[in-house]
Design a protein around this ligand. Structure first.
Ligand SMILES: [Zn+2]
Length: 190
């Protein structure tokens, strides 16, 4: 690939090494073992109210351009028998963010993993992301961000439960009812 640069110049000489190191870190989610991440943090409890962890920062890379997308992730579930240690939820988000991703899939993977591991009555995950592959390249609106959601179980079946969750996380962008309109904005342009 010709960028018109001199790859031998001092500032660039070690750049391939640095990029490799950075990429290994930014995609370290592939090597993470979910069970090891959640190790000793699943607890059996007599609690069936909504558990919410909101404003979890995430940083990921879009798989189409290898440019960052980042923002906040909000996770909720209603336990059936088990809960996950609260500090493990951001770790779980990290495992899926540190991969080559599209925001829709990352959102689903977080929700599905929680469903798989503790079989809750419901899981909800909403992610709000700014995509540099859109803003840096001048595609679409500069400050637009994508909202994606995954609603399983009670959050899918019960509108009141879903509204309670959306009210509690108070999205900075679209009103809760506008969710579906804002979703599905992942970059697919060249
Ligand atoms: Zn992209």
């Amino acid at each position: 690939m010709e960028l018109g640069e001199d790859p031998e110049r001092e500032g660039l000489a070690r750049t391939p090494l640095r990029v490799e190191k950075a990429m290994k870190f930014l995609t370290s989610g592939y090597a993470a073992n979910i069970d090891a991440v959640l190790n000793n943090a699943l607890f059996t409890v007599d609690y069936s109210e909504m558990v919410i962890v909101k404003d979890i920062d995430f940083y990921s890379l879009c798989e189409h351009h290898l440019l960052p997308f980042f923002g906040k992730c909000h996770v909720a579930y209603i336990p059936r028998k088990q809960v996950i240690g609260l500090s493990k939820i951001p770790r779980l988000v990290e495992v899926f963010a540190r991969r080559l991703q599209i925001q829709e899939r990352m959102t689903n993977q977080i929700a599905e993993t929680i469903r798989e591991k503790i079989d809750p009555l419901g899981v909800a995950v909403v992610c709000e992301g700014t995509h540099l592959c859109m803003s840096m390249r001048g595609v679409e609106k500069q400050n637009s961000f994508a909202v994606t959601s995954a609603m399983l179980g009670a959050f899918r079946d019960n509108a009141r439960t879903r509204m309670e969750f959306l009210e509690l996380v108070k999205l900075r962008g679209a009103a809760p009812t506008g969710l579906s309109a804002g979703a599905g904005l992942a970059c697919v342009t060249d």
